[in-house]
Design a protein. Structure first.
Length: 157
């Protein structure tokens, strides 16, 4: 009887340990995905701030959608032994792992408070990223800022 209880306790401890490790690794991966999303959004915002007013308000100058890989150095990674021979470590038997890709959307809208005197000279810019995490969970992040007709872009060059 005592041996059965000991085995049950060990089983519960092993399952709890495995669950804690899995949860920890998933949280680290979510953190890495969020950090990369933040890098992409900040870089895109910095690029948008450099456009002059005519470029920023012309709907054909700035693309409204874009794709960005999680790993810019290796956008289509292979697992050794499972790859198609084209990526890093690819001596395997076909079947690449689909890469984590961020789908971005840029929207440039009028200033939300239209009653203000300067509202025609300001635009609200939102960069939104959507992606499916490595664990299969749909994720999304967005960043919003403002650009002005007489803003920073007039003083850089």
């Amino acid at each position: 009887m005592e041996a059965t209880v000991a085995v049950a306790v060990v089983g519960v401890v092993v399952i709890a340990l495995y669950t804690a490790l899995t949860f920890g690794f998933n949280q680290v991966q979510f953190g890495r995905e969020d950090m990369r999303a933040t890098q992409i959004m900040v870089r895109t915002m910095d690029q948008l701030r450099l456009f002059n007013w005519d470029q920023a308000t012309n709907s054909t100058t700035i693309p409204t959608t874009f794709l960005e890989p999680f790993n810019p150095d290796d956008p289509t990674p292979d697992i050794p032994g499972h790859g198609n021979g084209h990526g890093k470590g690819g001596k395997g038997k076909g079947g690449t792992i689909p890469p984590l890709v961020y789908s971005g959307n840029i929207s440039i809208d009028p200033f939300p408070e239209s009653a203000l005197v300067y509202s025609p000279d300001v635009r609200q810019v939102t960069v939104k990223l959507d992606w499916t995490s490595a664990s299969g969970k749909a994720r999304s992040r967005s960043l919003t800022t403002f650009i002005a007709r007489y803003g920073l872009q007039n003083y850089l060059y």
